[in-house]
Design a protein around this ligand. Structure first.
Ligand code: 5GP
Length: 206
């Protein structure tokens, strides 16, 4: 990355759209690292602390909010709190890596406002029916919750204009290729590479 500012790649979309799998595909590319979020949600059996999340108490989360330690934070499904620590950005800068944020739509709106240069990718299911099938297959939610998730997805999709790219997740292979292409292509944006362009210009005598 040679001393340039890290690219901040936000991957977001309705719950159940399959964004986690697409984020994994980005992280297969060299030079990308995930942002580890803080959450008040208790860990699932398969989750080790510090890998996917830092699991914190409500009090600790509130302390971090009060001290301005988050780039963005949100309460997801009126339940648990999630936030991206500003420390993630420092870490990416120190490691000279690009940073991938997998966050909900409320968080993506906040992050884009604070970091207009960040690239935001919207992951969408091809239809409501498809999203409903995925949520049901996961088998985690009551009927009430499924209906609420679907209505929320509709509201979230209405925010599409904030995003720079959309990936429609109807075919995982194609969607993965598109996501990787967006990640790699975003690195080549002029505003991302301005410093290097000037370095090249210097070799021409400025
Ligand atoms: P889960 O509890 O299933 O891991 O995540 C629930 C939702 O929270 C997902 O949509 C996930 O993308 C979102 N999420 C995870 N980390 C963050 C974060 O740091 N900020 C925000 N706003 N949402 C997050």
């Amino acid at each position: 990355m040679s001393g340039r500012e890290p690219l901040i790649l936000i991957v977001s979309g309705p719950s159940g759209s399959g964004k986690s799998t697409l984020v994994e595909r980005i992280l297969e590319l060299p030079g990308f690292m995930p942002s580890v979020s803080c959450t008040t949600r208790p860990p699932r059996k398969t989750e080790a602390a510090g890998k996917w999340y830092n699991f914190v108490t409500q009090a600790e989360f509130q302390r971090m909010v009060a001290q301005g330690e988050f780039l963005e934070y949100a309460q997801v499904f009126e339940k648990n709190w999630y936030g991206t620590p500003l420390k993630s950005l420092e870490l990416a800068r120190a490691r000279e890596q690009d940073l991938v944020l997998e966050i909900d739509v409320q968080g993506a709106l906040q992050a884009k406002k604070k970091l207009p240069h960040a690239v935001a990718v919207f992951v969408l299911p091809p239809s409501r029916q498809d999203l409903e099938r995925r949520i049901r297959e996961r088998g985690q939610d009551s009927e009430d919750e499924i209906q609420r998730r679907l209505e929320r997805a509709r509201q979230e999709i209405l925010n599409y204009r904030v995003y720079d790219f959309v990936v429609i997740n109807d075919d995982l292979e194609r969607a993965s290729r598109e996501t990787q292409a967006i990640a790699l292509g975003s690195r080549c944006r002029v505003e991302q590479e301005e410093r290097r362009i000037h370095e090249i210009l210097e070799t021409f005598g400025g």
